[in-house]
Design a protein around this ligand. Structure first.
Ligand code: E4P
Length: 294
């Protein structure tokens, strides 16, 4: 049995090409893949190297990342493979851009992930002008998504924005409501930014992403296996999303804000605690694979 293909494109959220192959066989298709520094650090071959005391140099890390995405690239459809630049709080747009340019040349279907911070937005603006596809990651607010829209206006390629549902849920906020709010806000736009529901933790997150009409969803293999075991259901018209955490406690609502998408991107408040924490965690996981602190 293969999956009922939803309108939402399905990406696997991982860093292991063997898992990608397994999921593609399970579903009968796979639209794309997202990777990030944490997922690369969890790659079995990277793990094996570290366990045997052979941590990576910066150059070796890059080689490993390239090797991983080159294996994944031909396995997936047009939603492509998202590759994330290294970014800490000191990384400039120019530095991110230099990495993005190089990573974009690794495979023909790359999307470059930049964080939703000022320098990431600057890098994205220049990237889309030079035809580099982007996926704006660590998005936790409607303002950040508005800034993504404004900074990439005119892009010839679809731009992805990734609201992180599960990490909002983890702190008691209804992450799916952020997806819903961004979708609603973008109705006033020109459609150049596509919503990629990310950090999904439960099958209900996936089903509600379908129901909300998210253009894409990136999903851990485990959740896609649950979807398969349940017979690949698609949400009924009457689908009701239960906004509760893993213990059944109600999640706090995230209010919709009226935002003018035509405002300059620099005018939006880009600050979000979880974006900063997300950067810290990616830096930590990246450095955990390296010989010495880079
Ligand atoms: C998306 O591109 C990210 O890789 C991912 O969805 C993060 O999920 P997590 O919150 O489970 O780490």
């Amino acid at each position: 049995m293969t999956a009922n293909r939803p309108a939402t494109k399905i990406l696997v959220d991982g860093g292991n090409p063997e898992e990608t192959t397994r999921i593609k066989n399970l579903l009968g298709f796979l639209d794309g893949q997202t990777t990030n520094p944490t997922l690369v650090a969890k790659n079995p071959e990277v793990q094996q190297r570290i366990a045997s005391g052979r941590k990576l140099t910066l150059e070796e890390h890059k080689d490993e990342y390239r090797r991983i995405v080159r294996k994944i690239s031909p396995l997936v459809g047009p939603a492509g493979v998202s590759i994330e630049v290294f970014a800490d709080f000191d990384t400039t747009a120019e530095d991110m851009l230099a990495q993005g340019k190089e990573m974009f040349s690794w495979i023909p279907n790359a999307y470059i992930k930049y964080p939703c911070v000022r320098e990431g937005l600057r890098a994205a603006q220049i990237s889309v002008e030079s035809g580099i596809r982007v996926n704006m990651t660590l998005c936790f607010s409607q303002e950040q998504a508005a800034a993504v829209y404004a900074a990439t206006k005119g892009s010839r390629e679809p731009v992805y924005v990734s609201p992180f549902v599960g990490r909002l849920d983890d702190r008691g906020e209804n992450g799916m409501e952020l997806v819903e709010n961004i979708k609603k806000m973008y109705q006033a736009g020109d459609g150049h930014v596509q919503v990629l529901a990310a950090s999904l933790r439960r099958l209900e997150h996936l089903l509600y992403s379908f129901a909300l009409g998210a253009e894409l969803a990136t999903v851990p293999a485990k959740i896609l296996e649950q979807w398969a075991s349940a017979g690949f259901p698609l949400p009924e018209r009457s689908f009701h999303y239960q906004a509760v955490d893993s213990k059944g406690k109600a999640l706090a609502p995230i209010a919709y804000k009226r935002i003018d998408l035509t405002a300059p991107w620099e005018s939006f408040n880009l600050k979000h605690e979880l974006t900063d924490k997300g950067i810290e965690r990616f830096v930590q996981d990246y450095k955990s694979t390296l010989k010495s602190a880079a």
